[in-house]
Write a protein that binds this ligand. Sequence first.
Ligand code: AMP
Length: 488
Amino acid sequence: MSFSELGLIPEILQAVTDAGYTEPTPIQRQAIPVVLAGHDIMGGAQTGTGKTAGFTLPLLNRLARHASTSASPARHPVRALILAPTRELAMQVFESVKMYSKHLPLRSVCIYGGVDMNPQIQELRRGIEIVVATPGRLLDHVQQKTIALGQVEMLVLDEADRMLDMGFIPDIRRILSLLPANRQSLLFSATFSDEIKKLADQMLKNPQLVEVARRNMVSETITHIVHPVSSGLKRNLLAHIVRHEDETNQVLVFVDTKFACSRLAHFLERHGISADSIHGDKSQQARTETLENFKSGKVRVLVATDVAARGLDIEDLPSVINFELPHTAEDYVHRIGRTGRAGKKGKAVSLVSSEERHRLADIQKLIKLEIRQEIIAGYDPEPDFFDGDSSKRRRSPSPSAAGRADDRPAPDRKKRNEREAPRETRERAPQRGRQASHVASDGFDFNKPYEQKESSASPAAQSTSTDVPSQKAQRPIAFLLGGLGRKK
Ligand code: AMP
């Protein structure tokens, strides 16, 4: 199927061609006709599926009838509101809006916190049809009466489950109360807990379920490996691994806390490895700069928290390292989704101390894979790591993988079992509500990961609310990650 078969206007088709897309991704095939027909959508999708274009293209198509070259602000009221949980995601969505609307006289702005409000106010005064915003800053503008939402026709709530994680649902409810009841609403979420379902009930009218790429499916091109290691040795093991990687390979390292994030990046820097960190305490400008430096290859290792990394549009990386395993197994899938894209090979390395073994068990259960464990010589785990499971003990077989003397920490054995950093509260996000599962009458469990289904059916057939994603995947997951079919 081509984009031209989806009913999009020439200006938008041109922008799609300019972007180099040759065919719509499954979420786009499903969502675009439904949005064009004016229906509300409950969509399950995560970053990498092409969902942004899936809602932006038809949104622009619907707003195109209002497009006006008039300079008068009155001719450019806010007609579409796109809410995203993080500044980074909002900026990325905004970039997409700009890119896809470049042949249309529609104006857009991105509004997020942590920066001066005045430039945003100036933009809004000019008259803007499409506002991409994080909830908190949007409400600041509402309070200051620098934005009027009375003419909003379309609302998109992106990554609703992240909104929930980050405590934004009350803000969302406030925003909903400010919008005209007669509007089209699209809600995207990767999972549908009871709370998200409640929000969807409040926000959507007769929504069509747009089924998505399976969420918890891990690319088969990824090699997973666990290095059991005592927590006190992790930093040194990380430096050791990075040094033994190909010099040109960039690495994304995940940690649990903002504090650990900066400390670890400094540690690597001190050991001659160019590294930087990205977390929620950094100013927007610093985060943007860090990301740019990583993307351009100036920085080899980016240390990130889950929240800061969410939605970052980082191209495929050869490896992702979990300095600590995430608290929820789903976050493991998110994290390693940064590697092994588009059929390329990827490596997901996890440094696991004995107190993280239960997390490892959850992850293995979710991804249905027993991950190979390998101790790197000189970087042993705590003595109780294999308690009750001695069959797992495996040592690094090759001398090349063994620790070099200069990678070893100061030989203070006693210190080895100490944690390298005090635990602090995780960056705002984490406790994904594990709530009672919501099983629809047709047997579809909204709390379960999505399973990909065949994309051969017509879009209309795929987008009814009674769809059950039961069929087996035919397209490789790389396609769903937006990696295939794109002109270089
Ligand atoms: P998203 O899931 O919206 O974050 O998109 C993930 C990536 O896929 C982005 O880099 C998009 O530019 C890219 N993308 C979106 N739609 C397509 C398409 N139809 N073909 C190829 N790449 C796409």
